[in-house]
Design a protein around this ligand. Sequence first.
Ligand code: UD1
Length: 365
Amino acid sequence: MSVLVDVIAGARPNFMKIAPILHAMQARREAGGPLRWRLVHTGQHYDPRMSGEFFAQLGIPAPDVNLEVGSGTQAEQTAGVMIGYEKLLLAQRSACCLVVGDVTSTMACAITAQKLHVPVAHVEAGIRSGDWTMPEEINRLATDAVTNWFFTTSDHANTNLQRSGVGEERIFFVGNTMIDTLLANMGRLRAPDFVQQHGLQPGGYVVTTLHRPANVDSADGFGRLLRAIGDGCRGLPVVFPVHPRTAKTLRELPDFPANLLLIDPQPYLEFNWLVKHAKGVITDSGGITEETTVMGVPCLTLRDNTERPETVELGTNELIGTDPAKLGPALARLFDGQWKQGQVPPLWDGRTGERIVAILERLLA
Ligand code: UD1
């Protein structure tokens, strides 16, 4: 008997989350397990630097299907993914649609599958920021509203789901697949070429990533934020891999601080090498706060809220907010050596992909 599971991936942060699930499925398949996958890339991210390079570095098999939805407004992307995925399911149904994370492709495929009575498994279910101005929060709410099986990363997520009326028997606290990928690749991390060219030393530079609309869509606000980062880092180089959305606003700025080192989006192994050896990270990403927590690197989050409170309560992350004036005092604490140490949250142990596949086998076979 073989059971077909659709594994959905759309945007950069999805790729490190599906890799360990596919690897665990492959191992079980070789041992005679019943599950086989159909890997569906929606095409939400399509640049090699945002997509293809991650597949190559993380040993993710080539997608079986690419829906090629490309860029667009939230509604355009949602509609494009839904139309493409519905056609696929009508041509060949699967036994389960497995989605990860909170990107637009996640929500669009979950809704499409459930309307065709294909059960939905959501990996990283139940996390909530409470901030409805972020598209990801709407995606989380909508996805979990049509999910059958919830795979969670934290006790906060379990509690959020229980409070919304999800029965215990549908919640599986398994840990964090993004951390599976990090732990599996820790020994393979490698320095990008420019590290040597610029003479960057371990602990001698800061990494920043910014791409949230609230931080980067207005040139004025973004310019102020960059100045606060440049000044607060006391002349230390600030390595800044620039997301395509951020690049558009950067082009509108008359100038930026001299210590900013603007670079292209980095492949996985290079990016995490940079983080591992950084003095600290300044970001508005969610996933990076999990990785810095596991690597024990100080993390300053330029948001007012987080859907990952365990990275603040247990980890090395702190919410600084979006007001540039708050950044200076926080960086001063970092430079004075007063940042907290932090610990790794429960079950972030590198075995989450295996746990998910074992549970899926039980549920589907
Ligand atoms: C998406 C996710 C976000 C995630 C981020 C990581 C949603 C709602 N957001 O945001 O959660 O943190 O990915 O990168 O799903 N673009 C390119 N090349 C690409 C992809 C996009 O140039 O390969 C451009 C698009 O034309 C667009 C911008 O980048 O102007 C934003 O892309 P989009 O997929 O809409 O959302 P992200 O901001 O990347």
